[in-house]
Design a protein around this ligand. Structure first.
Ligand code: ATP
Ligand code: ATP
Ligand code: MG
Ligand code: MG
Ligand code: MG
Ligand code: MG
Ligand code: MG
Length: 240
C-alpha cells in the first residue's frame, strides 16, 4: 500500500473552492470554439457552412456522448458550439462544476484534434493555430426551462443560418460586396430574407440541407439526427 503523502504544505488545499451544482436539476455543458470566425478563415472553411467542419463537430460530440452515455439525455450542436444535456439525477463527478466543465471540453477538444485529418484529409492542422473551446455549466430546474433552452439554440440555428445563407449568396451570386449585402438585409424579416434568396439568387431555402437548417441532435444511443428539435422535444425527454 501507498501511504498518503502528508506534508506541512498540505494546508494549501483549503484554498480550493468547489462549486457543486444544484441537485435534481438538468445540467447543460455548453462548449464553444474560441475565435472560430478566425479559425474558419485560417483553414478556409466553406462559407457560410462547411460540411466537413460540422461533421467533425458531430463526430467529436458523439464520442463524448458515448463515453458518458448513461448520464447524457441528448446533445445539440450548431456552428462551433455543442450543448450536452445531463439527466437531472446525474451524480457524475459528484456534480462538481469544475470537473464537468473541464473534462467535457477537454475530451471534446482531444477528439476534435484527433479526428481532424479524417474530415480534413488534405489540410494539415498547424500547431500555431490549434482549435480550443470554452465551456460552461448551467443548471435548469424544470422540464419547461430545459426544453426552452433547446428551443433557444434551435431557433438561433435557424436565424443565423437563414441570415448567413442569404448574406453569402448575395455576394457569390449577385456580386454584392459584404457591406452591400449587409445593408440589403438590414431590418428584413425572415420571410423577406427567404423572398430575397428566392428571387435574387434562385434558391428555395426549404431545399437547403437539413444539417444547416436544423443543426445536429445526438440522442443517447449516439445517433446523429437533423430534425426539428422543437417538434421532437417531448419524445426526447420521455423517461427523463
Ligand atoms: P468566440 O471566441 O467569442 O466564440 P467566435 O469567432 O468563435 O468568437 P462565434 O459566435 O462562436 O464567434 O461564431 C463562430 C464562427 O465560426 C461563425 O460565425 C463562423 O464564422 C465560424 N464557423 C463555425 N463553424 C463553421 C462552419 N461549419 N462553416 C463555416 N464557418 C463556421
Ligand atoms: P484522477 O482522474 O482522479 O485524477 P488519476 O489516476 O489521474 O485519477 P492522479 O492523482 O492525477 O490520479 O495521478 C496521476 C497518475 O498517473 C500517477 O499516479 C501515475 O500513476 C500516472 N502518471 C502520470 N504521469 C506519469 C508519468 N510521467 N509516468 C508514469 N506515470 C504517470
Ligand atoms: Mg462565443
Ligand atoms: Mg466561438
Ligand atoms: Mg459559437
Ligand atoms: Mg486528480
Ligand atoms: Mg489525474
Amino acid at each position: 500500500y501507498h501511504t498518503m503523502a502528508k506534508s506541512r504544505f498540505e494546508y494549501v488545499r483549503q484554498f480550493e473552492t468547489n462549486e457543486v451544482l444544484l441537485p435534481e436539476t438538468y445540467i447543460v455543458v455548453r462548449i464553444d470554439g474560441k475565435k472560430f470566425h478566425e479559425f474558419s478563415r485560417t483553414y478556409e472553411f466553406q462559407k457560410p457552412n462547411d460540411l466537413r467542419a460540422l461533421k467533425l463537430m458531430n463526430a467529436s460530440a458523439k464520442n463524448v456522448v458515448m463515453k458518458y452515455q448513461h448520464e447524457v439525455v441528448c446533445a445539440f450542436g450548431e456552428s462551433d458550439e455543442y450543448s450536452f444535456i445531463l439527466r437531472k439525477d446525474t451524480v457524475l463527478f459528484k456534480r462538481r462544476q469544475n470537473k464537468l466543465s473541464s473534462l467535457f471540453v477537454s475530451l471534446f477538444t482531444a477528439n476534435y484534434v484527433a479526428l481532424w485529418s479524417k474530415f480534413f484529409p488534405d489540410v494539415a492542422l498547424d500547431y500555431k493555430n490549434l482549435p480550443f473551446f470554452d465551456s460552461r455549466c448551467v443548471c435548469y430546474p424544470s422540464l419547461t426551462t430545459i426544453k426552452d433552452y433547446l428551443s433557444w439554440r434551435y431557433v438561433d440555428t435557424h436565424i443565423n443560418n437563414l441570415y448567413n445563407t442569404v448574406f453569402w449568396q448575395l455576394i457569390v451570386k449577385c456580386g454584392l460586396t459584404p457591406q452591400e449585402s449587409e445593408q440589403k438585409l438590414c431590418g428584413t424579416l425572415s420571410s423577406d430574407k427567404q423572398e430575397i434568396l428566392f428571387t435574387k439568387c434562385g434558391i428555395n431555402y426549404n431545399n437547403e440541407p437539413e444539417i444547416f437548417k436544423k443543426g445536429s441532435l445526438i440522442n443517447k444511443k449516439g445517433e446523429i439526427l437533423h430534425i426539428d428539435v422543437i417538434k421532437n422535444i417531448d419524445a426526447l425527454f420521455e423517461g427523463f
